[in-house]
Design a protein around this ligand. Sequence first.
Ligand code: LMR
Length: 398
Amino acid sequence: HFASVEMTPGDPILGLTEAYLADTRPGKVNLGVGIYYDEQGRIPLLRAVREVEQALALEAKPRGYLPIDGLPAYTQATQKLVFGADSPLLAAGRVATSQTIGGSGALRIGADLLKKVLPKAKIAISNPSWENHRVVFSAAGFDVVDYAYYDAATHGLDFAGMLADLGKLEPGTVVLLHACCHNPTGVDLTAEQWKQVVALVKDHNLLPFVDMAYQGFDKGIDTDATAVRLFAESGIESFVVANSYSKSFSLYGERVGALSVVGASREEALRVQSLVKRTIRSNYSSPSTHGGALVAGVLNSVELRAMWEQELTEMRERIHAMRAGMVQKLAASGSPQFGFIQQQAGMFSYSGLSKAQVDKLREDYAIYAIGTGRICVAALNHANLDTVVSAVAAVSKA
Ligand code: LMR
């Protein structure tokens, strides 16, 4: 039956981790996958999460099925985090939120939903975007097109190109936008630029699909949600938001995310939710219990939420410090051209390193980065920074 199956190329991000794990060289560094590591090089288990986990273990609850769209305590807390606790959209009942299998699951359920509702619509993603965006939306049957985003010459945003490309899209086109901490470039829009994008999207009747996987990783929970809040205020009737707790709660493997669909009215949101539930049921039936209970336990406790916000702040500040340290040390090693790394936001930096330089980093220095030159600055720490800096300086001079 399977004789005709050919080898499918490995995933450019998760496949690299497989190669990293198989590497036996001491001192190897994985700047590939987007994971936040602490100063000791470990994936943190947040204190707030541990508190909830210990309480849950003592309760030893039975494991019945969750509702198809997830734990209500989780979806309600998520809506408040994403849209703001005092959001008029929430008060009006216009947001339908479902717990999903990570942010990727939210994207796929959202994609399947939109394919049913708008079978002819295309989706536009930034050039470049997270590799899996194209894969997920293509798998859902979408024709995926690009809009200009990154300007390699300035290591910044090609905002004029972005507006021009968005302005050319047919009405009804879905536009995938990264709320903050753009993956892979680290290049974000300012609030002023977001206002222009929101106005254009509204004028041209495009359908925004906001992917917010790093809320709290750049400036803070509410500031990082500026795009969502501006769409909410804009009077746009409908838009979609995928969010993830993988990074902000350091719960990667628990697969905790959510899909929120904004409808024109409470009644429309309820109808949309019925279709979202059918979409989930026909895929994985219902989400798993543990991760959602952890997030809900933290967000619904005043004390634990404050503890989490403090831990999130520590993660964010450590990333900023590593960016600054890297830039400073690179300049001291004779490579002053990397100053832009400090302007970029979130876990990632498009370093400008070429594929050949990335290959050399891996082969000669056991430092793993994505072939596009994306590095995860959240994997740097004081123990590996000098190694990384001297290797990057060496390959960029060669
Ligand atoms: C990344 O881009 O490295 C992360 O979002 C992890 C993933 O699933 O690719």
